[in-house]
Design a protein around this ligand. Structure first.
Ligand code: NAD
Ligand code: UGA
Length: 468
């Protein structure tokens, strides 16, 4: 069996960019071309100034520096890359549908279908097509049908190879994955060869024992299942956080106590203002839609509750700010520390901060946002997308600051929305002195030092233990 020497990836986003950069770094003998129709994004991937890469991930700049121009290329020439590649990864976005049947629930597969049609049109030699995007179970059969019926009589093998990286730790996750999952058809010789070709690529740096092969449907469904289980843990601990606040228990102590049970485990038990990110909500809603489409109403309701709980947690956090600030925030300055959906990323998709800001702006709060990595245009775009008020109103009510201390000056309350490490190290005495009194902190991430802040004079609320 011939080793793959030329691969391409359609979609240069948060997954396509870092994933292919790591493959190129670990496999210098393979030419890796990442293509996208978004020309400014490709230009940014090619920027000499590595601080301008479109995705911020710790360690990514070093990998790009090493591989780019050697065997890693970013380009807008999609047809050319497809034509030259033996293996094509599809890593385009699969957002929740915003129209028609399944609106607000099902995954929108239009970008996937466009890729399949383009691959079918361009390919003149046999290709292995790899689903890297997160897809509803059985999508591979739709891709296969398009490829086989509109192609130029070449053979296509479809593999599912979902990505499990988390943003902020993408590089370490890719270099040391818990497992690599490859779903394929092992009932045919071509299927077995395709699975082997992809396994061989990963085997350059991943131990064999961590490369898991399954049938295609198990692989597709495992990705949705993994995200559903992870999100469920966050909603479960967030549900407990409210009971803690009512009873005098501390959610971090409860999480530690249960996490030491090896059957439960300690990860993903940090109570928060709610999970965000482009995938948890989208993938659970997709799972709910799939369950409903098979008539599995109880299964659908079970998983939907994870999202309902998450929405409730965000609303509860903003309601609590209003209630604590004497039932009105109208005209009051509230400082947001953090806008990204988690630390160490510039990604804001579905960030809890967006919904919390929206609720507080409805109450006529004046918000100032400081985030070390998120740019102002992104923050306004997130708010404008909600359509709750005009872009002008958003810009009048919400401002951004490049300096955290300035952001906090004269503030009535500080809300911690992202767990950036630098927030822990601030001179909180200085911040306190420049704030309105009483000075409130609403720690939606439970990261600050409660006793120290209370000693300074702050009224400190922590998610999952309330006001001390
Ligand atoms: P993204 O929006 O950052 O990137 C997708 C890219 O695909 C965009 O740049 C877009 O321009 C490009 N694209 C769309 N259609 C195209 C076409 N026809 N031809 C060429 N380019 C096209 O999305 P992402 O966050 O990288 O996610 C991609 C997929 O990976 C999704 O299915 C997602 O669920 C999954 N996933 C994401 C993460 C994550 O952490 N973001 C992790 C695991 C899996
Ligand atoms: C998640 C999964 O962890 C990845 O395995 C998966 O590949 C990815 O989704 C995807 O499919 O897109 P990601 O969303 O990047 O990764 O980040 P997570 O670390 O999972 O965090 C998601 C959200 O949950 C964040 O808002 C985070 O702050 C929140 N969270 C996480 C908590 O509130 N508490 C926790 O204990 C853990």
């Amino acid at each position: 069996m011939k080793k793959v020497k030329n691969i391409c990836c359609i979609g240069a986003g948060y997954v396509g960019g870092p994933t292919m950069a790591v493959i190129a770094r670990e496999c210098p003998h393979i030419k890796v071309t990442v293509v996208d129709i978004n020309a400014p994004r490709i230009e940014a991937w090619n920027d000499e100034d590595l601080t301008k890469l479109p995705v911020f991930e710790p360690g990514l700049d070093d990998i790009i520096k090493e591989a780019r121009g050697r065997n890693l290329f970013f380009s807008t020439e999609v047809d050319k890359a497809i034509d030259e590649a033996e293996m094509i990864f599809i890593s385009v976005n699969t957002p929740t549908k915003t129209y028609g049947k399944g609106k607000g629930m099902a995954a929108d597969l239009k970008y996937i279908e466009l890729c399949a049609r383009q691959i079918a049109r361009v390919s003149k030699t046999n290709k292995i097509v790899v689903e890297k995007s997160t897809l509803p179970v059985r999508t591979a059969s739709a891709i296969k049908s398009i490829l086989d019926n509109t192609g130029n009589d070449v053979q296509f093998e479809i593999l599912s190879n979902p990505e499990f990286l988390a943003e902020g730790t993408a590089v370490t996750d890719l270099l040391n994955p818990d497992r690599v999952l490859i779903g394929g058809d092992n009932s045919t010789k071509e299927g077995v060869n395709a699975i082997q070709s992809l396994s061989d690529i990963y085997a350059n740096w991943v131990p064999d024992s961590q490369i898991l092969t399954t049938n295609v449907w198990s692989s597709e469904l495992s990705k949705l299942t993994a995200n559903a289980f992870l999100a469920q843990r966050v909603s479960s601990i967030n549900a407990m956080s409210e009971i803690c606040e009512q009873t005098g228990a501390d959610v971090d102590e409860v999480a530690k106590a249960i996490g030491m049970d090896s059957r439960i485990g300690s990860k993903f038990l940090k109570a928060s203002v709610g999970f965000g990110g482009s995938c948890f909500q989208k993938d659970i809603l997709n799972l709910v839609y799939i369950a409903k489409s098979y008539g599995l109403e109880e299964v659908a309701d079970y998983w939907e509750q994870v999202v309902i709980m998450n929405d409730y947690q965000k609303q509860r956090f903003s309601d609590n700010i209003v209630k604590t600030l004497y039932n009105t925030v109208s005209g009051k300055k509230i400082t947001f520390l953090g806008w990204a959906f988690k630390k160490d990323t510039n990604d804001t998709r579905e960030s809890a901060a967006i919904k919390v800001a929206d609720s507080l702006l409805n109450e006529q709060a004046e918000i100032v946002v400081y985030d070390p990595k998120v740019v102002e245009e992104r923050i306004y775009a997130d708010l404008d997308y909600l359509g709750s008020r005009t872009p002008n109103e958003n810009r009048n009510l919400l401002k951004t600051a490049k300096d955290a201390y300035k952001a906090c000056t004269n503030s009535h309350g500080i809300a911690v929305l992202t767990e950036w490490d630098e927030f822990r190290t601030y001179d909180w005495e200085r911040i306190y002195n420049d704030m309105q009194k009483p000075a409130f902190i609403f720690d939606g991430r439970g990261i600050l030092n409660q006793s120290e802040l209370e000693r300074i004079g702050f009224v400190y609320y922590k998610i999952g233990s309330g006001i001390g």
